[in-house]
Each structure stands twice: as structure tokens, then as C-alpha cells.
Design a protein around this ligand. Structure first.
Ligand code: AMP
Length: 193
């Protein structure tokens, strides 16, 4: 099963994507983690991505699409995967559609976590104390939320138009959200799964 997990920064995508990946039996692929790993290893890709990430901007589509194409081409992602934080732009949606179409497959479901903006900012500022992430300061967080609202929220609605969207309330305890996410995946898998 091929799933996307979407939602604004701080909604808990990374936290819940791992459990989702075990559920579908495929890898958890986070573009943010892939970029951060490249930055830590000082690769050429990391060097290219770093300035955008620190400013709270999206990394250009071609760079991101190439990285995702490479990752999805690995054998562990042949049948099932959970993509976390991709696609984030209309061009990335088109690139993912083309990639999966060429394999004769497509996205099976989209889990979108919803959390009010004020709670998102509070969560990320708490996380910043331990994450050491260069993009977790208040100014950058507010900018990331604005970029999300402008570029990515419309894509979530577009997946709704395709009948693939499962919105999940991302507030409450981790366990409560996990159970809601699991029900959404069961719904995405359909009655025969
Ligand atoms: P995340 O860990 O998903 O919050 O991603 C951290 C940062 O990595 C984002 O704020 C972007 O700068 C960059 N990033 C992650 N995924 C993408 C993507 N699909 N397209 C462009 N930039 C991305």
C-alpha cells in the first residue's frame, strides 16, 4: 500500500509515519530526514538544500523530485511505502503521479493531520529546545506555516477531490492520534483488506 502523510510543520507527521510504515509493511520515507541526513554528511545535495531549509523555504522541485525518485527506486519501496513531507508543491504531485504511473501504480491514500496554528507554533518551539534544527525558530516557523498554507494546503484539498483523503485530528495524546491514524488507514485500505 502506498500512502502519503501530509500536514503542516509540527502536526506530528514524522511521529506517526513510522507506525504507519510498519502497518503497511514498507519504508518510512521523509524528505526532511533525507535532506537533514545529506546536510549532516556534507554531501553536494546537502549543501544545495541547506540554505533553503534554514530559511524555511522549500527546496527546489527538481532537486527534491530527483532525490525521491532515487529513494522510491530502491527495492524496499517497490510495493509499499509511506511518504512523509512529499509532495509539497503542484509540480511534485505531477512528478509523483508520473513516477507511479510508469510503474502501473498510484497513491492509495492520503492521511492529513490537522492541528490549529497556535498549537503548531507552541509545539515546534518546544521541539526546538531539543531538536537543534536550524528551522525551528519562531520567525522561521511562522514563515514555514505561511508557505504550507500557500503551496501545500491546496494539494491536500486536491487529493480530497480524488477521493483519497482521510483527515485526522492531530490534537490530543500521541496514543489518541495513533488510533485515529490507524482507523484512517483501515478506511483507505477498504473493506477487503
Ligand atoms: P520536514 O522535516 O518535513 O518539516 O522538512 C524540513 C524542511 O525540508 C522543509 O521546511 C523544507 O525546507 C525541506 N523539505 C522537506 N520536504 C520537502 C519537499 N517535498 N519539497 C521541498 N522542500 C522540502
Amino acid at each position: 500500500m502506498r500512502l502519503l502523510i501530509m500536514g503542516p510543520p509540527g502536526a506530528g507527521k514524522g511521529t506517526h509515519a513510522g507506525a504507519l510504515a510498519s502497518l503497511v509493511g514498507g519504508p518510512h520515507i521523509s524528505t526532511g530526514d533525507l535532506f537533514r541526513d545529506n546536510i549532516a554528511r556534507r554531501t553536494e545535495l546537502g549543501r544545495l538544500a541547506e540554505k533553503y531549509i534554514s530559511a524555511g523555504e522549500y527546496v527546489p522541485d527538481e532537486i527534491t523530485d530527483d532525490m525521491v525518485r532515487d529513494r522510491l527506486g530502491r527495492p524496499d519501496a517497490a510495493r509499499s511505502f509511506v511518504l512523509d513531507g512529499y509532495p509539497r508543491t503542484g509540480a511534485q504531485v505531477a512528478a509523483l503521479d508520473a513516477l507511479l504511473d510508469a510503474r502501473g501504480t498510484g497513491v492509495d491514500g492520503v492521511v492529513a493531520l490537522t492541528v490549529p496554528d497556535d498549537e503548531l507554533v507552541a509545539r515546534i518551539l518546544r521541539r526546538s529546545a531539543v531538536s537543534g534544527r536550524s528551522d525551528d525558530s519562531e520567525d522561521v516557523v511562522r514563515h514555514r506555516l505561511a508557505v504550507y498554507a500557500d503551496q501545500t494546503a491546496p494539494l491536500v484539498r486536491a487529493y480530497g477531490d480524488r477521493g483519497l483523503l482521510h483527515r485526522v485530528d492531530g490534537t490530543g495524546s500521541m496514543e489518541e492520534v495513533r488510533l485515529r491514524v490507524e482507523s484512517a488507514v483501515a478506511a483507505a485500505a477498504g473493506p477487503d483488506a
